[in-house]
Design a protein around this ligand. Structure first.
Ligand code: AMP
Length: 278
């Protein structure tokens, strides 16, 4: 089957086919992490739709919206190679009317951890994801665990707004040395990249401990040892569903999450661990 490129909502309606539809929302600059989500979609659904849209609503004025990598032709090659059926690539003006008024709020969960550092980011992210859900009308959508708070908020949105869409979380794909793949990694110099390895190293070291206080302390020590080139925004050990910090007696799955800047590049990473198993 030929890959269909839908550039507006009319194209998207024409591309509709029967059977189960899986949506993989992305901002493009596709890498092996995106490919793993596409493969997950491919085994689960009859039609795979990948959206490629750098969403201005989720960037604040001091962030990298205009500098975000855009590699559309290479992205189309990736989609062809992975057997994607439809790429949805709308223009910003097609998605947002100049007189638009209504948008979503991520609530309190949008103001903690990543949301505390990036005010409004999760409101903008949920607004575009809901619009993509309405436009594509998928039966399921695949998101990476790499953006753990995003995944938790999308699950929250689906529950709170009764959206008839199954949300599938997919594991984080890493470089052999542990660095989580990210479209922003291309901005790391060789030196930056060495410093950036402290994120995954801190998460691994933390995850080898047993209690929340030890996990936090050991992970923090690894981050501190990376020196001043690593500018840490936060290290958090949280409940994966609420992103509230866990207490010392917490039992069950937790997420150890970190965000830091290396040079002018901001990186996030996380691991899932189980606390106080019975
Ligand atoms: P982005 O294009 O960065 O907005 O990401 C699009 C989707 O790919 C999101 O669901 C991300 O969580 C997911 N993703 C990004 N990096 C990775 C990775 N290293 N492994 C797995 N999924 C990823």
């Amino acid at each position: 089957m030929e890959l269909i490129v839908a550039r507006n909502r009319e194209d998207l309606v024409k591309a509709r086919a029967g059977g189960d539809v899986a949506l993989v929302p992305t901002m493009g600059a596709l890498h092996e992490g995106h490919r793993s989500l596409i493969r997950e979609a491919r085994v689960r659904a009859d039609q795979v739709v990948v959206s490629i849209f750098v969403n201005p609503l989720q960037f604040s004025p001091n962030e990298d919206f205009s500098r975000y990598p855009r590699t559309f032709d290479a992205d189309l090659d990736v989609c062809r190679a992975e057997g994607v059926d439809v790429v949805f690539h709308p223009a910003v003006e097609d998605m947002y009317a100049p007189d638009r008024q209504v948008s979503l709020s991520a609530g309190r969960m949008g103001t903690i951890a990543e949301g505390a550092v990036r005010p409004g980011h999760f409101d903008g992210m949920l607004t575009v994801v809901l619009k993509l859900f309405n436009l594509v009308q998928p039966d399921m959508a695949i998101f990476g665990q790499k953006d753990a708070q995003q995944l938790a908020l999308i699950r929250r949105m689906v529950a709170d707004l009764d959206l008839p869409i199954e949300i599938v979380g997919a594991p984080t794909v890493r470089e052999p040395d542990g660095l989580a793949l990210s479209s922003r990694n291309r901005y790391l110099s060789e030196d930056d990249r060495r410093v950036a390895l402290a994120l995954s190293r801190a998460l691994r070291a933390g995850a080898a401990e047993r209690t929340p206080s030890r996990i936090r302390a050991v992970a923090r020590a690894v981050l501190d040892a990376a020196g001043p080139e690593l500018d840490v925004d936060y290290l958090a050990l949280v409940d994966p569903a609420t992103f509230d910090e866990v207490s010392e007696s917490y039992e069950g799955e937790a997420v150890l999450a970190v965000a830091a800047r290396v040079g002018s590049t901001r990186l996030i990473d996380n691991v899932i661990l189980t606390l106080n198993p019975a």
